[in-house]
Design a binder for this molecule. Structure first.
Ligand code: HEC
Length: 287
C-alpha cells in the first residue's frame, strides 16, 4: 500500500531540512545592492555545481546532472510545448476586433523582447510583467483579459519567449527608489519562511537544488524563470510563472497569492534580475 502523499511529503521535508547547508542570503545587511546580490548568487551556484555550464542553469531540473540532461535533449526532439507554441504564434498574429494587434502594444512589435520583462514602470511606480502587459494590451483594445496562469496566456508567452531564445536576460533597475524597493520586496518574499512547513523559496531552490523532493529534482534558483512558460506532465499542459508561484506556495501549504499581485510581480523582478546574462530558454518542458 502506498503511504498518503502528506506523509511522503513530510518525510521529504525532514530529509530536506537535514540537508540544509549554509547558503548565502546574498547580501545580509546594509544598503540594498542588487549588483552585489547578483554576483554573490551566481558565485554560489557556480561553486556548488562546478560541472554545470552557466548557461545550462536555465534548464531547471535538467541542468542538475548528466542523466537529466540526456532526458532534456530527448524531450526537445518532440517538445510537448509545440502545440502551445504554434497556437501562440497564430494568436499573436491575429488582429483584435478593432484591427490593432499585440504588435502595436510592444517595442519591436513584441518580437525578441522577452528578456526585458519584467520591467519597472516609472510612470506607474510598479513592476510590469509580460503577462500583465499582454492583458493590458487586450483591455486597451477592447478585448477581455485572459487567465494569468495557463491556456491562451501560456501560448502567447510561449511564442514571445521562443522569439527571444538565446538572448540574455536583461532586467534593469532604474535610478528610482521605488524600483529598488520593489527589488528588495521581492528579495524579502523569496527568503521569508511561510506555510505549515515553514519553508522559504530559498529553502528549496537555493539550499537544495539537485535534491529529490518526492519524484522531482529541485531546480536551481539561478535562471529559474528563463524557461517560462513551461509544459508539465503533472499539469497535463502549460503553465506561466504565476502558475508555478501558486503551485510552489501551495506545496508548502502556504496560502498562494493572487497571480500578478504586487508581491508576485516584485518576486519575479528580483529573481529575473539575479538571472541577468543567462539566456532565455522558454518555452520549457518539465517532467
Ligand atoms: C518544498 C520545496 C519548494 C519550495 C519551498 C518552493 N518550491 Fe518551487 N519548486 C519545487 C518543486 C518540487 C518544483 C518542480 C521541480 C523543479 O523544477 O524544481 C519547483 C519548481 C519551481 C519553478 C520552476 C522551475 C523549472 O525550471 O521548472 C519555479 C520558477 C519555482 N519553483 C519558484 C518557486 C518560488 C518563487 C518559491 C517561493 C514562493 C518556491 N518555488 C518555493 C519545490 C519548492
Amino acid at each position: 500500500m502506498k503511504p498518503p502523499a502528506s506523509i511522503l511529503f513530510a518525510s521529504a521535508a525532514l530529509a530536506l531540512a537535514a540537508l540544509m547547508i549554509v547558503a548565502p542570503r546574498a547580501v545580509a545587511a546594509g544598503a540594498p545592492d542588487p549588483a552585489a546580490d547578483a554576483k554573490a548568487f551566481r558565485d554560489y551556484f557556480v561553486k556548488k555545481f562546478p560541472q554545470v555550464k552557466l548557461e545550462d542553469f536555465v534548464n531547471g531540473p535538467y541542468s542538475m546532472n548528466q542523466d537529466m540532461r540526456k532526458q532534456w535533449e530527448d524531450i526537445e526532439q518532440f517538445p510537448p510545448y509545440q502545440f502551445a507554441l504554434d497556437a501562440g504564434k497564430e494568436m499573436f498574429g491575429k488582429p483584435f476586433r478593432n484591427g490593432k494587434s499585440y504588435a502595436d502594444c510592444f517595442p519591436n512589435g513584441g518580437i525578441g523582447i522577452r528578456q526585458d520583462y519584467p520591467y519597472f514602470d516609472e510612470k506607474q511606480g510598479k513592476v510590469v510583467t509580460l503577462e500583465l502587459a499582454l492583458n493590458r494590451c487586450r483591455e486597451a483594445n477592447g478585448e477581455a483579459p485572459y487567465s494569468y496562469v495557463k491556456d491562451e496566456m501560456a501560448s502567447l508567452t510561449a511564442y514571445m519567449a521562443f522569439t527571444s531564445r538565446g538572448k540574455p536576460m536583461d532586467i534593469k533597475i532604474p535610478n528610482d527608489p521605488r524600483a529598488l524597493e520593489a527589488y528588495q520586496d521581492g528579495k524579502q518574499y523569496f527568503y521569508t519562511r511561510r506555510g505549515q512547513l515553514n519553508f522559504s523559496c530559498a529553502s528549496c531552490h537555493v539550499q537544495s537544488p539537485g535534491e529529490r523532493l518526492r519524484a522531482e529534482i529541485l531546480a536551481p534558483a539561478l535562471g529559474i524563470l528563463n524557461a517560462m512558460p513551461i509544459y508539465r506532465s503533472e499539469w497535463s499542459g502549460m503553465g506561466t510563472t504565476s502558475r508555478r508561484f501558486v503551485t510552489c506556495n501551495s506545496q508548502t501549504r502556504a496560502v498562494p497569492l493572487e497571480p500578478q499581485s504586487d508581491e508576485y510581480r516584485n518576486l519575479e523582478y528580483y529573481l529575473s534580475y539575479l538571472s541577468n546574462g543567462l539566456p532565455i530558454s522558454g518555452p520549457g518542458a518539465r517532467p
